[in-house]
Design a protein around this ligand. Structure first.
Ligand SMILES: *Cc1c(COP(=O)(O)O)cnc(C)c1O
Length: 231
């Protein structure tokens, strides 16, 4: 599609592809939450997306996320915010009040930092839904814990009252053919099942259909909705 294609048109196309992938795998389309990843795009793009019927947005950097979530609030946009990038402990205090779902819980130190900040940052102890990020393929330079660390991190997260662990998340390796990452998605599903977790955050612009076929309950799609990332 060209750069002038509207967000509404692209979002409709993504929804259609989600429905088709669900139909192929005998699933219902409302089992899959679409997170529209708005990173690098301005608040105006989020507003356009809300007008197009999108409601759930994803951001990966606290410095960009906090002002954007604030701007959305000021504009009265009905947006739910998912934080999908590595959350540095020194950013927890600023970001925590605005995060509805955290996809990237990746250390016990982060659990402790969130627990420490919770009373101040989450008035009324509003629970924080979260996913543990797993580096399934064991890639160097990739965020996320090893599959063997899921048990200990899950135990730590469950002992923190503020955290409500929903499932596992992964970012698959970049490949040409999305079929190549099917085993990664399947491995995440099996790992989640071993730990009694039902939700799977997996699948991006290049591979969300395969992820849905393998059981994704949340897909995180940026470029297919907003176009290429801005510098
Ligand atoms: C940027 C990002 C996405 C979306 O990527 P696209 O390829 O633009 O769909 C999904 N998940 C994470 C963790 C990201 O950082």
């Amino acid at each position: 599609m060209t750069a002038t294609t509207s967000i509404a048109t692209r979002a409709a196309e993504v929804r259609h592809r989600i429905e088709a992938a669900c139909a192929r795998s005998g699933r219902s389309a409302d089992e899959v939450t679409l997170v529209a990843v708005s990173k690098t795009h301005p608040i105006e793009a989020v507003e356009e997306a809300v007008t197009a019927g999108l409601r759930v947005f994803g951001e990966n950097r606290a410095q960009e996320f906090v002002p954007k979530a604030l701007a959305a609030r000021e504009r009265g946009l009905a947006a739910e915010w998912h934080f999908i990038g590595h959350l540095q402990r020194n950013k927890v205090r600023d970001a925590l009040p605005y995060i509805d779902v955290l996809h990237s819980l990746d250390s016990e130190r982060l659990v402790r930092e969130i627990a420490t900040r919770a009373a101040e940052a989450r008035p009324g102890h509003r629970p924080l839904r979260c996913f543990l990020e797993v580096n399934v393929a064991g890639e160097a330079q990739k965020e996320g814990i090893a599959p063997s660390d899921v048990g200990p991190l899950l135990a730590a997260a469950r002992s923190a009252e503020i955290l409500d662990v929903r499932g596992l998340m992964t970012v698959a390796p970049r490949v040409k053919d999305p079929e190549e990452v099917r085993p990664v998605f399947r491995a995440l599903r099996e790992l989640a099942a071993e730990h009694g977790l039902s939700e799977l955050s997996m699948g991006m612009t290049d591979d969300f259909e395969v992820a849905i076929e393998e059981g994704a309950t949340v897909v995180r799609v940026g470029r297919a909705i907003f176009g290429d990332r801005l510098p």
